[in-house]
Design a protein around this ligand. Structure first.
Ligand SMILES: NC(=O)c1ccc[n+]([C@@H]2O[C@H](COP(=O)([O-])OP(=O)(O)OC[C@H]3O[C@@H](n4cnc5c(N)ncnc54)[C@H](OP(=O)(O)O)[C@@H]3O)[C@@H](O)[C@H]2O)c1
Length: 257
């Protein structure tokens, strides 16, 4: 049996950097996303740099049976996934009803359902071995509501809640669960969300430093990793005192951000 870290959404952004960081520690990795050519490019790059096994599994995780297929693939290869990086996700920006319902359901499927299902399968194996780590790429979006991002922010609230509860349930084991909560990061996320001209994202953090903070937090077994000092202050010490009506007005004030 070989051990490997499995990274969803490894073809770009934070997931790609997580894959590189994990491989740089001498760990085998399984790269999961839809764009096979990008995954194979990354596989080649990492294999040339580090002597680790890099496996590509291209799949559309928005398909209902996708998580099970990923799990069955790793089982069939005799792989014990000791690190699970639930990272794939996307958001849409605009009025809730301006998108087809299928788009919202796809977001719930990817940001929540796949994450829960993969955690379920791999946690069973981790519990049998009493070892393993899960890093869920959540968001600071999970700490507040946001008009025009209603579904996306809600999916991340789920991930924050789920990750913290699971982490507590596992406190007497050697398994840890961490939620990485970044603010805006310069990745393909903004383009996918229809916000390519947004200053908030173009001035955002870089994917490597964000991934590294999450990775280090996971290694230390932290429950929540907020990616910057000022965001931590805002979320922990300011947000709880802002009335919701004021918060909604402020966050939703400009649809184009
Ligand atoms: N960028 C930000 O400002 C920001 C802030 C906070 C949290 N986050 C979170 O960070 C995570 C990573 O996003 P990112 O910023 O790195 O954006 P990104 O560059 O757009 O990366 C998203 C990744 O998810 C994969 N993905 C999307 N839909 C998929 C599907 N149906 N099946 C399989 N894979 C799929 C993409 O690969 P393919 O297209 O090849 O499938 C890509 O590898 C997300 O969960 C996001 O919510 C981002």
């Amino acid at each position: 049996m070989i051990t490997a870290g499995l990274i969803t959404g490894a073809s770009s952004g934070i997931g790609l950097e997580l894959a590189k960081i994990h491989a740089s520690k001498g760990e085998n990795i399984i790269l999961v996303a839809r764009r096979k050519e990008l995954l194979e490019q990354l596989q080649k790059e990492i294999s040339e740099q580090y002597s680790v096994k890099v496996i590509v599994f291209a799949i559309d995780l928005a398909e209902v049976d996708a998580a099970k297929r990923v799990y069955e693939f790793t089982k069939s290869q005799g792989i014990f996934v000791d690190y699970l990086f639930n990272n794939a996700g996307f958001g849409t920006h605009g009025k809730f009803n301006s998108f087809p319902v299928e788009k919202h359901m796809e977001m719930v499927q990817l940001n929540i359902k796949v994450l829960v299902e993969l955690s379920y399968y791999y946690l069973k194996d981790m519990e049998e071995n009493n070892s393993g780590k899960i890093l869920n790429t959540s968001s600071t979006a999970g700490f507040l509501p946001s008009p025009y991002f209603a579904n996306y922010f809600a999916t991340k609230a789920y991930v924050n809640s789920f990750s913290q509860s699971l982490s507590y349930e596992l406190r007497f084991t050697k398994i840890t669960v961490t939620a990485l909560c970044p603010g805006p990061v310069k990745t393909e996320f903004a383009k996918v969300a229809g916000l390519e001209d947004s200053k908030m994202f173009s001035k955002g953090a870089d994917a490597y430093s964000t991934a590294l903070k999450g990775y280090n937090g996971m290694m230390r077994g932290k429950r929540i990793v907020i990616s910057s000092f000022w965001l931590t202050i805002t979320i922990k010490f300011i947000l709880p005192f802002v009335p919701t009506s004021m918060l909604l007005k402020f966050v939703g004030k400009d649809k184009t951000i």
